[in-house]
Ligand binder design. Structure first.
Ligand code: CA
Length: 246
């Protein structure tokens, strides 16, 4: 193996690996050509079971997942993968007007969605955004106490009597709001810093749906439903009294 000085000193460039899951052959071919031309290594799955097999067999940096699939639908694939502890970022493809699918998909652990028919530039930009390591990933303390509840963002759970499991995106979102709890945080800021997008003005409801979902989960902790405040016209703010835990 040849190791150059430059690669020893900087992060080596690595080809991102993407799993494309889509049953319509023409679309799958198009996605394959698109992502290959953009420097991705692609793997293809024409149905849900094939997707799960691929996910079990190798590690990917991103999954583009159509929801309407034969053999096993996309939501089931997502739930199964997350249930196995697979935290690979997932971008779902939803049909125009299928708002329920968006909400269900994000609840099942998708990181974002793109509505069909989609623009190629938009899709690549979103994919690259989700690949980027969020800026907030840091060495700072990640365990906090609110009342009698313990928030462990590395272990991705909130515990009091019951344990509330968080998805990795929810843990990032919560950590970001906690660190900036002295002020409201805008959706644009969250899209750039928590989702990794270059442009925070992309049209997606992923932030709002993730916040709703997080609130619903936090209800399991006494008072938890009030931790995240909506600041009209500004964004969101973490408002509970909190201290760092060792
Ligand atoms: Ca389909």
């Amino acid at each position: 193996m040849r190791v150059t000085m430059a690669s020893a000193m900087t992060e080596p460039a690595r080809t991102p690996r993407i799993l494309l899951v889509e049953d319509e052959a023409a679309i799958l071919d198009g996605l394959d050509a698109l992502f290959t031309s953009q420097g991705f290594a692609t793997a293809l799955a024409p149905d849900g079971l094939a997707a799960l097999d691929q996910l079990a067999a190798q590690r990917f940096d991103l999954v583009v997942l159509d929801l309407m699939l034969p053999r096993l639908d996309g939501l089931s694939v997502l739930r199964e993968a997350r249930g196995r502890g697979d935290q690979t970022p997932v971008l779902i493809l939803t049909a125009k007007g299928a708002e329920d699918d968006v909400v269900r998909g994000l609840e099942a652990g998708a990181d974002d969605y793109v509505t069909k028919p989609f623009g190629l530039k938009e899709l690549v930009a979103r994919a690259r955004g989700l690949l980027r390591r969020p800026r907030d990933a840091s060495e700072r303390p990640r365990r906090f106490v609110v009342g009698r509840a313990l928030l462990d963002l590395d272990a991705q759970h909130v515990r009091e009597d019951a344990e509330v499991k968080l998805t990795s995106r929810e843990a990032l979102l919560l950590g970001y709001l906690i660190e900036r709890r002295h002020r409201p945080v805008t959706r644009e800021e969250l899209l750039v810093d928590v989702w990794g997008y270059n442009d925070g003005t992309v049209r997606t409801r992923t932030v709002d749906v993730h916040v709703q979902q997080l609130r619903a989960k936090l209800k399991a902790v006494p008072g938890g439903e009030d931790w995240l405040e909506t600041v009209r016209g500004r964004g969101y703010r973490f408002v509970a009294e909190l201290r760092e835990s060792s």
